[in-house]
Design a protein around this ligand. Structure first.
Ligand SMILES: C[C@@](CO)(OP(=O)(O)O)[C@H](O)COP(=O)(O)OP(=O)(O)OC[C@H]1O[C@@H](n2ccc(N)nc2=O)[C@H](O)[C@@H]1O
Ligand SMILES: Nc1ncnc2c1ncn2[C@@H]1O[C@H](COP(=O)(O)OP(=O)(O)O)[C@@H](O)[C@H]1O
Length: 277
């Protein structure tokens, strides 16, 4: 029996809106985004060991390296070094989220590893700098609540989003892995303006995902998925997350979400019926 202290959820990340503002001199793009999290995702467990080890199980374990390049492993190594520890950990990742899907699986796993191992190793080494070094989405995943991200997405401002919590959410992936780099590279370079501020649902609805158009150009089935999601009864907002290909819909009721989820299971490669955290 795994105790609560030895288990940590790694919830799926959703970009409720993602505005691309400009290409910076280092080649990266400055973005403004509204991050939110699902109630479900991957799951990480830990047990005692002399060295560091990682096992991956679950529906998306296949093809994912469990070696030192895995973000869980990199997070564990970085924390061990920052805390000056020599202790090990036997980690098991239950990989429920598709890989390279725009829902931050790797970033969520890295953040979960930091939270879990800080507890397991009983260290108060600051986690935020480690998160920043691991990837732009990792600081937001470390917070794990609705938050606004600027810069590369790592400069965070908290958002009051109590009314979003529990909102029925459907995630759907058409079965294609999207690499983030080519999608940014296919952006047309037009700054369509900032993300507004205020009520997060209104900010999201008034916003856009500027990576949708380039992702659809690279992978037209994403456009078909968005048309399908927007036609579902009770869908109040349907959009692509991150660089895709996963798209999400927020629903006005759990019943409408369940009905769409049932259809999605028949029509699309992967889907997850959940709610916003
Ligand atoms: C788009 C977002 C939105 O949350 O999520 P995902 O789709 O990855 O989940 C993130 O900004 C993903 O940020 P990050 O995790 O740093 O992306 P990486 O995989 O490191 O980036 C791969 C490549 O994409 C390009 N890239 C990435 C981020 C950015 N702000 N500008 C870029 O131009 C760069 O060419 C980079 O080498
Ligand atoms: N624990 C992990 N889970 C998923 N991907 C990982 C992990 N560790 C490293 N990666 C690598 O990170 C890349 C991005 O994956 P992921 O975080 O799932 O997608 P995205 O950046 O689209 O949200 C993948 O191509 C994969 O090789």
């Amino acid at each position: 029996m795994v105790s609560h202290a030895q288990c940590e959820p790694a919830p799926a990340k959703i970009n409720l809106a993602l505005h691309v503002r400009e290409r910076m001199v280092d080649g990266y793009h400055r973005i403004e985004t509204l991050f939110a999290f699902a109630r479900d995702g991957d799951r990480l467990t830990v047990g005692p060991a002399d060295g560091l080890s990682l096992d991956i199980e679950g529906p998306f374990a296949k093809g994912l390296s469990a070696g030192p390049d895995n973000l869980v492993f990199r997070a564990a190594e970085a924390l061990r070094q920052a805390a000056g520890l020599r202790t090990g950990a036997a980690l098991t990742l239950e990989k429920n989220l598709p890989v390279a899907a725009g829902i931050g699986g790797g970033s969520a796993d890295a953040a979960a590893a930091l939270r879990l191992l800080a507890r397991f190793w009983d260290t108060d080494a600051p986690l935020e700098p480690i998160a920043r070094a691991l990837g732009a989405d990792v600081p937001a995943c470390l917070v794990g609540r609705t938050v606004r991200g600027e810069g590369r997405g790592e400069a965070l401002t908290p958002v009051a989003a109590a009314e979003l919590s529990g909102r029925p959410l459907l995630l759907v992936n058409p079965g294609v892995a999207m690499l983030t780099g080519p999608v940014f590279a296919a952006w047309d370079g037009v700054d369509r303006g900032p993300l507004s501020s205020g009520d997060p649902l209104e900010v999201a609805r008034a916003g856009r995902n500027d990576l949708e158009a380039p992702a659809i150009r690279l992978c037209p089935v994403i456009g078909e998925l968005l048309v399908w999601l927007r036609a579902q009864q009770g869908a109040v907002l349907a959009r692509m997350s991150g660089s895709g290909a996963t798209c999400f819909a927020l629903f006005d009721s759990a019943e409408h979400c369940a009905r769409a989820a049932e259809q999605a299971r028949r029509s699309w490669s992967w889907s997850l019926e959940t709610a916003l955290a």
